[in-house]
Design a protein around this ligand. Structure first.
Ligand code: E4P
Length: 217
């Protein structure tokens, strides 16, 4: 399963890329709005840092506007994946952009039917939002299983990109189910590194080593 980070923050992206664990980035208008500076320049720098798929979202809500913005975003860098919301206009725009050879991530997916329709029009990725489903008392990961099941029985090459991740358990469940990609905030990826027994174990190893060295002097 590929790991993307869900952020527009270049420092976070650089830190994760340096670890060698990062396969791509997803952004959205809310995330980019938090970053100071020109969004095109930010996206360009992100692409140069990651050299993997970087999702950049349109803000137009009509198909013609999405096409205009999508082509414009794709011209920023070859790594850009155009992100469109799942609406009728988004589906229409996805079909055209995909037929032009652009990669499209259809976002704001909350049902298996939506994922299936997006795949039918050539989406490269569908982004089901598991955390936001959990937030309303549904089970986000159940949707992932449903979509993977449908795609297993279909000729689609569309990848399931698990989004709106809130904690490491979402990541592990996604991997166990065979999801293609997970995108997580930097803070959640950070949590994956932590275990108190690792810290205690390392401290003990170092102390024992130091004691042994001191005894040899
Ligand atoms: C997906 O690409 C979205 O950017 C994202 O995962 C939304 O997550 P949120 O529900 O934490 O805002």
């Amino acid at each position: 399963m590929k790991l993307f980070v869900d952020t527009g923050n270049l420092k976070d992206i650089e830190a994760l890329a340096a670890l060698g664990i990062l396969d791509g980035v997803t952004t959205n208008p809310s995330l980019l709005a938090r970053e100071p500076g020109d969004y095109r320049q930010i996206l360009r720098q992100i692409c140069q840092t990651v050299k993997g798929p970087v999702s950049a979202e349109v803000v137009a809500t009509d198909a013609a506007g999405m096409l205009r913005e999508g082509r414009d975003l794709a011209a920023i860098d070859e790594h850009i994946v155009v992100k469109v919301p799942f609406t009728r206009d988004g589906v229409k725009a996805c079909r055209t952009l995909a037929s032009e050879g652009l990669r499209v991530n259809v976002t704001l997916i909350f049902s298996a039917a939506q994922a299936w329709l997006a795949a039918k029009v050539g989406a490269t990725y569908v982004s089901p939002f598991v955390g936001r489903l959990d937030d309303i008392g549904a089970t986000g990961m159940t949707l992932i299983r449903e979509i993977l099941d449908i795609f297993d029985h279909s000729p689609f090459t569309t990848e399931v990109l698990v989004a709106s991740v809130r904690h490491p358990i979402h990541i592990i469940e996604a991997a166990r189910m065979g999801a293609h990609v997970v995108t997580a905030p930097a803070a959640v990826i950070d949590q994956c590194f932590k275990h108190p027994l690792t810290d205690i174990g390392l401290e003990r190893f170092l102390k024992d080593w130091e004691k042994a060295q001191a005894a040899r002097v």
